[in-house]
Design a protein around this ligand. Sequence first.
Ligand code: HEM
Length: 330
Amino acid sequence: MGATLKAFVILSVMLWGICGCFGHGGYLYPQFYDKSCPKAPEIVKSVVAKAVAREARMAASLLRLHFHDCFVKGCDASLLLDSSGSIISEKRSNANRNSARGFEVIDEIKSALEKECPLTVSCADILALAARDSTVLAGGPHWEVPLGRRDSRGASLSGSNRNIPAPNSTIQTLITKFKLQGLDTVDLVALSGSHTIGQSRCTSFRQRLYNQTGNGRPDLTLDQGYAAQLRTRCPRSGGDSNLFPLDFVSPTVFDNWYFKNIVASKGLLNSDQVLFTRSEKTMEIVELYAKNNQLFIQHFANSMVKMGNISPLTGSRGEVRKNCRRINSS
Ligand code: HEM
């Protein structure tokens, strides 16, 4: 073999290895359904649009589902499985219980797709498309969604509890949990910007209002006027499910007010505020996004594609479920 040819072969093998395509049949690309189900993206979009028109918050809820899916065994729709047989649903985890929502909308999308092209479009891809469409409907960026994920035949409740960070996480825990998924500090800050839409329950931030470090005092990195307002509907005990906007200025609009609020000490969750107060690196990024919406929007789209690439099942691994809540029987 000539030296040039040899170098070419070695380089090709290396590239295949790096992109993770080796052995299991493929990578994700936006045109995946162009032949097999060309209307798929349109169908997803129209069901999501109807759902968001019914209730603006649904955009936030659907965006969050993709995150909670991808952080557990990769973006494989493991989150959507109900408990049955040996499967223990991830819906029971600390992060999801009484909190994750939008599963009926995913069911509605799936049944529309099963009518159009049976057993073709995976539930994992539905989650990725619905997250993008929700972002756009809320006024955020559009990006091409790489497709071709397949669905898992199992779930991991323990993975859900272990991998999805809690709202009282320290900055180090946040950085580490993202790093374990191949996401860096820019991804962490940009993706946290999802909290520019949606709601949180009182129980997710109560500690900050009354007893941040166990000494009976509130979190002093929280604006005390804002804290007083929050206390009126988030008492020391009771009212666990009372809802509060994650971005009180524009809770249904995808913009950079989330970052402006953090800079003004009005981040709702501890995990939001520590991005500004506990690491110089993340603080600088928060400041940049607070000043520059365009930069945030660009980084967000980029990080969503990165998150959507976490360990997908491709080729003949996994399956395309008929019903997103159950694995296929055979
Ligand atoms: C950085 C670590 C993160 C933590 C600790 C965190 C935690 C939380 C918590 C506690 C809530 C409120 C849940 C409730 O009380 O019911 C929430 C809501 C939400 N999260 Fe996150 N989150 C993080 C990152 C992300 C990421 C990466 C995304 C998306 C890419 C995301 C999207 C959302 C959205 C859109 C909501 C509102 C959902 C709704 O209104 O239904 N979060 N998050």
